[in-house]
Design a protein around this ligand. Structure first.
Ligand code: 13P
Ligand code: SF4
Length: 307
């Protein structure tokens, strides 16, 4: 903390100087999440806040697709990301051209795109979803299109998990999250054997057999809300490692079992990187205005649904 304190103080000074807000995803390390994050949450919460903030500068403490989403929703603002290398295996699994081919193959079938995608992919889409509203979005768009089929891309596991919760036919893509796909149902059985009574919460990007072994599935915000409300004696969050650190800070009476997987992309965002981004006003994230306008429609359609 002694080493971090001056960096945290300087970042807080720079925020005031530059009129910046820091949007911090739940997977940021605690010193970012708790000490410099102004707005914290899951992908949906960060997208909503990006649309609403009056600050002229947004620093995205998260990965590149999140910064693009902020720029799409707030085109007049300067959006900075501390590392241009902070990607996502889901976002890189599909291109706009791939979506156009899918639409040719399934004419008239609505396309729902997970927010973990590039602006170019969102631009080819009817509506976006996040892990906290995917079922609601699928049912809404099927009703609007008068169909019982939907294309939900690019996460094959999210799509399979959604398919189990709706009677719609879900067509998907072969994308996956390199962090969540590593968890197995056997991992959970072993955790339960070693920690009798442990409550298991899992992210919907995990494979379906993992979710079947879990007590509850939800987005990062939903998991955090579950712990705050239920105060389980002992819990394991089947997701990225920093989640437990951040949720533990606010729930001192809950014991966290910690096998977890790190997201190398999220971990490219550091306190030093945030300070540098603000000092030098880099790296600015831009989106072609024509693509941004088309992508905005898909994101705004999602945001307009009741939460
Ligand atoms: P959430 O929308 O649940 O925050 O998930 C984002 C993400 O990248 C999960 O891996
Ligand atoms: Fe992408 Fe998975 Fe990392 Fe989230 S945890 S940013 S889905 S690679």
């Amino acid at each position: 903390w002694d080493l971090m304190a001056p960096v945290i103080a300087r970042i807080n000074e720079l925020k005031a100087e530059k009129g910046a807000v820091i949007l911090a995803h739940n997977y940021m390390t605690p010193e970012i999440f708790a000490c410099v994050g102004d707005i914290r949450g899951d992908s949906l919460q960060l997208a909503r806040e990006a649309a609403e903030t009056t600050a002229p500068v947004i620093v995205q403490a998260g990965v590149h697709f999140m910064a693009e989403t902020s720029k799409i929703l707030a085109p007049e603002k300067t959006v900075l990301i501390p590392s241009m290398e902070a990607g996502c295996s889901l976002a890189s699994s599909i291109t706009g051209a791939d979506v156009r081919l899918l639409k040719e193959r399934y004419p008239g079938v609505p396309v729902v795109t997970y927010v973990n995608t590039t602006a170019e992919v969102k631009a080819e889409t009817d509506i976006c979803c996040t892990s906290s509203n995917a079922v609601q979005v699928v049912e809404h768009i099927c009703e609007e299109f008068g169909t019982d089929q939907v294309i939900l891309i690019p996460d094959q596991y999210l799509a399979k998990n959604v398919a189990r919760m709706t009677d719609k036919k879900v067509i998907t893509w072969a994308g996956s999250c390199e962090v969540h796909e590593q968890f197995t149902a056997d991992d959970i059985k072993e955790m339960r054997d070693a920690n009798p009574g442990v409550v298991v919460l899992a992210h919907p990007e995990c494979p379906p057999d993992v979710l079947q072994e879990a007590d509850y599935a939800g987005s990062t915000a939903a998991m955090s809300g579950y712990v705050a409300k239920e105060q389980p004696r002992q819990v394991v969050l089947i997701t990225e490692c920093s989640m437990s650190d951040n949720v533990a800070l606010e729930n001192p009476d809950v014991e966290f079992v910690r096998p977890c997987n790190l997201c190398p992309h999220m971990k490219r965002i550091t306190l030093e990187g945030i300070q540098m981004a603000l000092e030098t006003m880099t790296h600015e994230v831009t989106v072609d205005p024509v693509i941004a306008a088309r992508a905005r429609e898909a994101v705004e359609r999602m945001i307009a649904l009741p939460s």
